[in-house]
Design a protein around this ligand. Structure first.
Ligand SMILES: C[S@@+](CC[C@H](N)C(=O)[O-])C[C@H]1O[C@@H](n2cnc3c(N)ncnc32)[C@H](O)[C@@H]1O
Length: 271
């Protein structure tokens, strides 16, 4: 590729709102999961995190496995509509693949603020009448609900996923309050799924990672168990409650051998 091609490509990304000068959580996570939809700045941030906190790798992988188990649980509980907020780059199996293998008519709305996620997901869903992707900031609750309402029927139960994205929301934006606003839109019998990185196990090293992200213009904040519990806004958690990610209904009934290196809490609540 010539220098001019490089410039043209950069200009196209810029026009689409893609920032290649700051790391984006979706692309850092993609790199950690072995994906190819990331830029040098994302790889640098991921490698820095891994040097300070090698557990980041197990945490990313363990979190993705949780998402799969939680969506399967919701399907088994009769949920046929999903609002997957903070979707991430497509990583098989995606929420719609799990949901639609349970019921071909299951509807899934993905929401993410990363233009790369939007472009990749949009091209994957182009022909679909049951799955769509919305490019929006999860803090714009009314906008997200209005867009999701074009496909989902909010008078019927919905599985709301806020999986590994609320740790990108600073305290000043009140992540528990944001979750509360989504919850008020859900019909009885809906479910809320949350996972979130914790700083409880190595606060200093986690805070060093947070500081590095912050210096590069990105929010990434580990929180304690009580702060994560507040994101459920008092809704009743299904068994086993709010637990370390690998301990939530592990496959085969036993957590993976690396369970204690997956540093986040998760839970599923029925509304
Ligand atoms: C670590 S990934 C999690 C992906 C997926 N939920 C999972 O658990 O495998 C976090 C995702 O949240 C998205 N995200 C972060 N802040 C967001 C915001 N304010 N609005 C919408 N999406 C956001 C990121 O773009 C990224 O795709």
């Amino acid at each position: 590729m010539t220098e001019q091609d490089e410039h043209d490509r950069y200009d196209r990304w810029k026009a689409l709102g893609i920032r290649t000068d700051i790391p984006h959580p979706a692309r850092v996570y993609d790199y950690l999961l072995g994906g190819k939809d990331n830029f040098a700045i994302d790889r640098e941030m991921a490698e820095h995190s891994l040097r300070v906190l090698p557990e980041v790798l197990d945490s990313a992988r363990g979190n993705r496995k949780f998402l799969v188990r939680a969506v399967q649980f919701l399907c088994d509980s009769g949920i046929r509509q999903f609002l997957d907020i903070g979707t991430g780059l497509p990583t098989s199996p995606n929420t719609h693949e799990i949901a639609q293998s349970a019921d071909g008519g299951a509807r899934v709305v993905y929401v993410d603020n990363d233009p790369v996620v939007f472009l990749r997901a949009e091209s994957l869903m182009a022909e679909s009448e049951t799955t769509t992707v919305v490019r929006a900031d999860l803090r714009d609750v009314d906008e997200v609900l209005a867009a999701a309402g074009k496909l989902l029927d909010f008078t019927k139960p919905v599985g709301l996923l806020l999986v590994a994205c609320l740790h990108n929301i600073p305290d000043s934006d009140d992540p528990a309050g944001i979750a509360a606003r989504y919850l008020t839109a859900l019909a009885p019998g809906s479910y809320l799924v949350v996972s979130h990185v914790t700083d409880e196990f190595a606060p200093e090293r986690m805070h060093a990672v947070t500081a590095e992200y912050q210096q590069r213009g990105t929010v990434f904040v580990g929180r304690g168990k009580q702060a994560i519990l507040r994101m459920f806004n008092g809704r009743e958690l299904v068994e086993p409650g709010l637990v370390l990610i690998s301990h939530w209904r592990p496959e085969g009934g036993r957590p993976d051998h690396n369970a204690n290196r997956v540093w986040g809490y998760c839970g599923v609540a029925r509304t």
